[in-house]
Design a protein around this ligand. Structure first.
Ligand code: HEC
Ligand code: HEC
Length: 624
């Protein structure tokens, strides 16, 4: 009798161990431990959808708040926790009642979330300022904030619950946070080109972490060599030896290229790994090899998915695989033994407007007509309208990839103002970088040298798809700076900095004027300025006159200046302004420069106008 109960005890422990690993990494989806319910975050719809897996249909859609980026069941449900990236909060949803039952304020930009199986704790990654928040779910409060890297996105809880592993989005670095001491105790660095690592997955038994990411080869401007899909394997055992290896997944299937790996999941027995690609809309199904060398082999040919897969989850029994095709607004259900699709379950209605959705589809796609060789999507360098933290060798010179915040109001485009409408990115689609056929039928002006042909060619109203791409790109508005507590609330240092910024003898506001802190206007001739930042740059082909960039959301766009030469805002005003050509800063004391920096980090510190005299037509009109 005793023996039997002992055995069943072990058995139960094994089952719960299997459950434990099924959902301890960040994802837009989470399957309940009993395999009956799937919760899906609809990032663009401010909602989550509850799916009854036995019935194969969505039961209810629950409003949660702006930009839910991850969900996790709490102790199997009916409560679940959801990060609200744009609201500096997480919320707790009761799926039975179909509503939010608690809202917990957090630091800015909460992205990933995991919970412990007992349902007493949650850990959340914050992109900026790069911390992990620990939440006590019984009292529903943040009890600790742990600095753990920069631009943190991915998070996974170790089986013994002693550590969380977090990934840095822009570097692919994996950090281990010891939960007893609240400190980063180990780190796995990859290659300097590693980028867009927004997910971490742990093997259920072996000390191994998997990271999906890309590599950005910034010196190469070619659709066949600029961006590569990667899967990194980190050996979590402390000690010597090769602790991290990375495989280029573009050659995993012979000549069949995959792009923008976004998430992975592993079967509870640890034998099968599923990796989804958000750019080419497909999935690799791999056998996991326990050899610390080859790591994976191919179990199936690539599985064709729907549009923009962003989450993959395996059921607790390992028999079923769920994929969220984010731009089909649907979950596809696959039988794991054959990888045949058995169902498609709609999650929500498409958000905003059909044009915006179509623009987002094109922006994410590494497929014709955007690109023929399939390696590169617009998304690869501008993920969800953000930037990739890289300085690229463009034909016209070294250029930092820019984010799109406030872009609808800050045309012309590019540092050299050689484009006056987003539709001009037809030139990029057809260039060596993407090698696509393009969205306009017929020819456009040939690009000869560095002549601004784009300004002569009218590209808007020539293709519905290209207009849709413009509408999508022009839809990004900045969030309130994390350096500001509430709208209008500048810190004392920032208030002092603001005075300097607007003072005549410092003269920043002569060029960084208006609500978006730029004098950019589509009225010709364009205002371009030589602020001394092009000096000594042999790569520059278009001259050192630049369009004044907006200063909103500067806190998250380092490195600074057109070729990222300044690591910090402080350097912009000191090291890279030796002759006072870029505003007058040489007469300022160190503390005054610091105040000026604090002010710039606080932008935007208040609500911005939705329309200015320079706002373009191709965008989603703001909600009334
Ligand atoms: C290899 C990386 C890369 C890819 C791929 C890429 N871009 Fe860019 N993008 C950049 C860089 C670098 C800049 C800055 C160039 C400049 O300002 O001169 C930029 C600038 C822009 C800007 C101007 C932002 C502003 O405010 O001036 C827009 C719009 C843009 N890209 C859209 C796109 C679109 C649409 C696609 C896909 C067709 C695309 N990009 C593909 C790297 C990339
Ligand atoms: C004569 C016009 C002009 C004045 C005056 C001016 N700026 Fe600029 N600013 C620019 C231009 C043009 C650039 C782009 C230069 C480049 O990228 O190489 C720029 C770039 C910047 C950047 C980098 C933005 C980024 O995203 O990389 C910062 C920060 C900045 N300015 C702050 C200031 C401050 C603070 C002052 C006052 C001390 C100032 N500027 C005065 C025109 C001006």
């Amino acid at each position: 009798m005793r023996r039997i109960s002992f055995i069943s005890g072990v058995f139960l422990a094994l089952i719960s161990a299997a459950r434990l690993y099924a959902n301890v990494n960040n994802s837009l989806m989470d399957v309940s431990p009993n395999g009956q319910r799937l919760l899906v975050a609809n990032a663009d719809n401010a909602s989550v959808t509850l799916i009854d897996l036995a019935a194969g249909k969505a039961v209810k859609e629950i409003a949660v708040g702006d930009k839910p980026e991850a969900v996790s069941w709490i102790n199997g449900g009916p409560l679940a926790i959801v990060t609200l990236y744009a609201e500096r909060a997480v919320c707790i949803v009761d799926v039975g009642e179909g509503k939010v039952v608690a809202r917990i304020s957090t630091k800015a930009e909460p992205y990933g979330v995991v919970t412990n199986p007992a349902g007493t704790r949650a850990w959340v990654t914050h992109e900026y300022p790069g911390i992990v928040s620990e939440i006590d779910l019984t009292i529903r409060k943040v009890i600790r904030e742990i600095p753990a890297g920069s631009y943190l996105r991915g998070i996974a809880l170790a089986p013994d619950e002693k550590r969380v592993y977090v990934s840095e989005f822009h570097t692919g670095v994996l950090n281990a946070v010891d939960l007893a001491s609240g400190k980063v105790v180990d780190s796995w660095k990859g290659h300097s080109t590693d980028n867009l690592a927004r997910h971490v997955l742990l093997h259920p038994r072996r000390p191994k972490a998997y990271l999906t990411h890309i590599r950005s080869m910034v010196k190469v401007n070619d659709g066949r060599g600029s961006i590569f899909p990667h899967l990194s394997f980190c050996d979590l055992n402390p000690g010597e030896g090769k602790r991290r290896v990375s495989f280029g997944m573009d050659t995993f299937n012979g000549v069949y290229v995959t792009t923008n790996p976004w998430e992975a999941d592993i079967s509870p027995d640890g034998k099968r790994l599923y990796v989804i690609y958000a750019g080419t809309n497909d999935m690799n199904v791999c056998n996991v090899i326990d050899d610390d060398y080859k790591e994976i082999t191919r179990a199936f040919s690539p599985v064709q998915l729907g549009r923009n897969p962003r989450a993959v989850r395996v059921s607790p029994d390992g028999q079923t695989v769920y994929v969220l095709n984010a731009l089909d607004f649907a979950v596809s259900v696959y039988k794991a033994s054959t990888m045949s699709k058995v169902a498609t379950i709609k999650t929500c209605e498409p958000p905003k407007t059909p044009e915006w959705v179509q623009g987002k589809i094109l922006f994410n796609a590494a497929l014709p007509p955007m690109t023929s060789p399939r390696w590169v999507a617009c998304f690869s360098c501008h993920p969800d309208g953000g930037h990739d933290g890289r300085v690229w060798q463009q034909p016209e010179g070294l250029r930092k990839a820019t984010a799109f915040f406030g872009m609808a109001h800050t045309h012309p485009l590019h540092y050299s103002a050689d484009r006056d409408e987003v539709q001009d990115f037809e030139f990029t689609i057809r260039s060596a970088l993407m090698r696509g056929d393009g969205l306009i039928r017929g020819n456009i002006k040939a690009k000869v040298g560095y002549h601004k042909a784009e300004l002569e060619e009218k590209t808007s109203n020539r293709s519905k798809d290209l207009d849709a791409l413009a509408i999508y790109c022009n839809s990004f508005e900045p969030l309130l700076s994390p350096h500001v507590e509430a709208p209008g609330k500048l810190s004392e240092a920032a208030v002092r900095g603001k005075e300097f910024f607007f003072r005549k003898d410092v003269a920043c506001a002569t060029c960084h004027s208006g609500p978006y802190y730029t004098d950019s206007t589509l009225t010709k001739p364009y205002k371009l300025h030589d602020v001394g930042t092009g000096e000594g740059d042999a790569s520059e082909k278009m001259g050192s006159l630049y369009d004044t960039p907006t200063l909103v959301a500067l806190y998250r766009s380092a490195p600074y200046l057109h070729r990222g030469q300044a690591k910090t805002l402080h350097e912009v005003l000191t090291k890279f302004n030796p002759n006072d050509k870029h505003g007058k800063t040489s007469h300022l004391k160190e503390a005054e420069i610091d105040d000026l920096v604090q002010f710039m980090l606080s932008l935007p510190y208040e609500a911005l106008p939705e329309k200015t005299p320079n706002t373009v037509e191709f965008r989603v009109a703001p909600r009334k």
